[in-house]
Design a binder for this molecule. Sequence first.
Ligand code: C2G
Length: 447
Amino acid sequence: MKKVITYGTFDLLHQGHINLLRRAKELGDWLIVGVTTDNFDLERGKLNTCDNVMDRIEAVRATGLADQIIIEEYRGQKIDDIHKYGVDIFAIGSDWEGYFDYLKEFCQVVYLPRTQGISSTMLREEQAKLRIGIIGTGGIARRFVPESACVNSVAITGAYNPDKAECEAFCSEFGIPLCAASAEELYGSCNAVYVASPHYTHYDYVKSALGAGKHVLCETPLVLEKDQAVELFALAREKGLVLMMAHKTAYCPAFGHLVTLLQSGAIGEIVDIKAATTTITDLGSEKMDSARSGGSMNENACFPLLPIFHLLGTDCRDTFFIARMKGGVDIYTKVIMMFDSASASFEVGLGAKTEGSMVVSGTKGYAYVPAPWWKTDYFELRYEDQNQNKKYFYPFAGEGLRYEIKEFASAAVAQGYFYSKLPEKEIIAMAGIQQAFNAGQNLRILK
Ligand code: C2G
């Protein structure tokens, strides 16, 4: 019996896939189809898959062409499968021509003609799109546009910046169709808004975008006052709109798995969290301007507060701040927090640098995330018995913003149930801590 094997994602299964499966089956007597897992696709940079692995397997089964379906979950598995199933022929579409020649050492490799004029990408593009308008055209917006191109259920329709010349330069550089003269004009072009303007403008822009019926993705910090955060979330809820904070760490694969591992008791009960996020910044920059809500706490605190609130909850009993100031803003702040049965401390700095790792200590072991922990692709769990130590590796593609953009698009399209990896409660608590610092509560200033 001649065994043939082929692999694919088979997302939104279409005629091109069916033709490929038929041609592969005709090469032998038994066709094995390997369907990629969601995780494997994420790892190889495919972020746009619409159907989950179970749906994709069912779609392949429904063609009636596969004699056996297996799942493909790691790089290098093809060689293992060829040995394991005694495969004679490996078949794949001609878009992969030459790529799998290394398998010729193990079996015959056949590149089959690809069906023209149809693809999962085309079908995904025909699906509902999130049309995003950008407010603010600074550094983060410049990274956002190329990252959004990796999520093909979104399109950037326009940008707005009160500085018209800057906005025009931004739109022409990135090929953005509309350079809006006002936020209202921008809202006319889109159904979602990405707020990437300076912090002190967030509240007004988010409120006006929600008021105009747009989903909102807003850069960190959402706002710097608890009541404002509560009000904005209430408004989003009332309007049936998504309001998400653009916090890349919250949505990246490594951090997501670290949290679920720790929540399932991988290091026992958590007793302490230590984290630091420092980014040396030019003293003359807007981020250091006290009149524009600059400073280390306002700029960076949402990063260390993410693991703290995620893992310890938001019921913090006491918070103490120690800050070093310059020109009316904190260039460095150390924060100590007390929860019922755990402590946490973090450091932020725009005018000071320190080791940017994170350590989560538990009753059975600890998690170590190397610097810069907030954009990590790697962490370790360490124990008294070193033989039990484990290292974990994940993808962190590009600038890492694509993960939050994908999540935002899914949430907006879901129109109803959506589980946010960064819950409203935690965002409100972050604003509360920043507010307490700005009000000088439990604050000691270093000379
Ligand atoms: N295909 C085709 N014609 C199309 C579209 C796809 O013949 N119009 C083929 C592809 O060449 C591939 C199969 O259908 O052989 C599955 O395509 P995808 O779902 O896009 O999966 P892919 O990313 O190509 O997976 O390990 C995974 C494999 O390496 C390839």
